[in-house]
Design a protein around this ligand. Sequence first.
Ligand SMILES: NC(=O)c1ccc[n+]([C@@H]2O[C@H](COP(=O)([O-])OP(=O)(O)OC[C@H]3O[C@@H](n4cnc5c(N)ncnc54)[C@H](O)[C@@H]3O)[C@@H](O)[C@H]2O)c1
Ligand SMILES: [Zn+2]
Length: 358
Amino acid sequence: MRTIKVNLGDRSYPIHVGGGLLPCMGEFLQQVGCREKIAIVTNPTVAPLYLKPVEEALTASGFKVTSALVPDGEEHKSLSSLSAIYDRLIADRFERGCSILALGGGVVGDLAGFAAATFLRGVPYIQVPTTLLAQVDSSVGGKTGINHQEGKNLIGAFYQPRLVVIDLDALRTLPRREFMSGLAEVIKYGVIDDPKLFALLEQKLERLIALDGELLEEVIATSCAIKAKVVEKDEREEDYRSILNFGHTVGHALEAVTHYGRFLHGEAVGIGMVQAASISGNQGLCDERSLKRIRQLIAAAGLPVEIPSDVGRLDIVQRMEVDKKSSGGRIKFVLCEGIGKTRFHWFSPEEIIAQLAT
Ligand SMILES: NC(=O)c1ccc[n+]([C@@H]2O[C@H](COP(=O)([O-])OP(=O)(O)OC[C@H]3O[C@@H](n4cnc5c(N)ncnc54)[C@H](O)[C@@H]3O)[C@@H](O)[C@H]2O)c1
Ligand SMILES: [Zn+2]
């Protein structure tokens, strides 16, 4: 097991990464000062796989455990699921000293985190992410929230967990397509911050996809350490934290244009990263060889690299968020300077349309 620390003063917390960690949950929770009752938030897909071992571990350490199941799916990261969680907490007479534990992917994590941020003006919460995306991205950094029918993540709070426990064994039941989608975020960390991680992925991708335990531990711990470092510098995304949006300007727009039904998040980000790298090349920031390596690694991870021919460039650009801090309706892009370094650049919509590669 490796432990990474997120250093945020009195909101600091550890991230444990390793195989077979669920049976140790009781001890981990005691170490971070959790007491009394724990409410586990999960869903009907994850519960039959992992709820029992977590419940047993907590009960064995003397915790009183209750669980709240929310329906599976992004559309249930909603006010009605949140309300159902509050109902359960109130029915179980939850008080300030009790904690919430999110067991599942990013949907459960964001929802349970927001419930924790708001219930009784804040109770502690623990992230136990079970998808690769949640393990390397959504469980770390304290962004919590729910969707509104007018848009994703419109309601939320910055609220850090007290602990993150990443059990690598959970990835064994994750559908392959979901795993590959999570890989997009791992590749992103290599491009924005870590040429060594990028090279490791190039060399050992097959072993990683075959879920080699040691390699998974190294790659996931490295990814979390990079995210932690970025969050430590800019917790509330005043500016620097948005380097994590590399590939996401095009990626998010592509997801929206295709009504969130065609691409998994990481798939859209795969295409977005190739576009961002290509635009970086146009700007003289990214050399040909790095560009080729980025495209090749994304393709080798089974992710798409091209904007589908039936999706209009204008539609994509119209869905991009205009940067409120820049004047003249410009769009903020994270560009890469080769592999391992980034810089921000603001483009007009016309400049982007002209540069989107076909
Ligand atoms: N808070 C953040 O910083 C942040 C960052 C990135 C993404 N997100 C959010 O994360 C969400 C996406 O998360 P996700 O990709 O994990 O999706 P998800 O939570 O929908 O999980 C994907 C699917 O896998 C299932 N599943 C989870 N663990 C499993 C396992 N071990 N075995 C088998 N099936 C399993 C889930 O039930 C679901 O059907 C989005 O709502 C997004 O907005 C948040
Ligand atoms: Zn992402």
